[in-house]
Design a protein around this ligand. Sequence first.
Ligand SMILES: CSC[C@@H](O)[C@@H](O)C(=O)COP(=O)(O)O
Ligand SMILES: [Zn+2]
Length: 232
Amino acid sequence: MVADASKDNEALVMSSDPDHPANLICELCRNFYRLGWVTGTGGGTSIKHNDHIYIAPSGVQKELMKPADMFVMDFPTRSYLRKPPVHKPSQCTPLFLAAFDRGAGCCIHTHSQWAVLITLLVERDFGKEACFEIQHLEQIKGIGKGRGKVGNLGYFDKLRIPIIENTAQEEDLTESLEKAMERYPDTYAVLVRRHGIYVWGDSVHKAKAQCESLDYIFQLAVEMKKLDLPWL
Ligand SMILES: CSC[C@@H](O)[C@@H](O)C(=O)COP(=O)(O)O
Ligand SMILES: [Zn+2]
């Protein structure tokens, strides 16, 4: 039976299981807020569980969200099974869907200042995406080799994260995000200049670990730049 999104459909988001996606999104965003990743309503997280996509509301303080605030979308039909009447779904929804279309189970969007600083340190490459590249850091081993590939990058592998230009509206980033995903099929992240980053993974655990590894690498890379140390 198809659920009627105009009804509350509370059962889709209310669970005593801490690993239920509606509970996890709230918990993750509370932790991400403390890292400065989702302050001032910016950033967010979405989870795909089977055919259900769990999406946070737009424009709310992401660290204060409750499971009852979550939208639930049916992935195959892209129709909402649950729409809390007081909110709109996150403006990042089409970008999260781009990651889910490519097999992700979770997508995290942060406004981390380290990510933003990296986009300011890598020059614009007209005609194609610019790309942040770094090598010879142990934490690179925290990033997967790529979609459909087993295991993580090695210490001697080069980490490449494409950078796309920001747009006035979040949803207008979708086309360039998808282009970057096609041009860099092994990437699990895309930086957005002067804005932040989208990071995804096959599971919540992998998306979170990759987001943490990348943020660590970005911070280190900014400090390396200040000390005139090379990234490659
Ligand atoms: C500080 S506003 C930031 C938004 O424009 C956007 O970039 C963002 O990350 C969050 O969008 P939202 O629709 O609240 O989920
Ligand atoms: Zn944003």
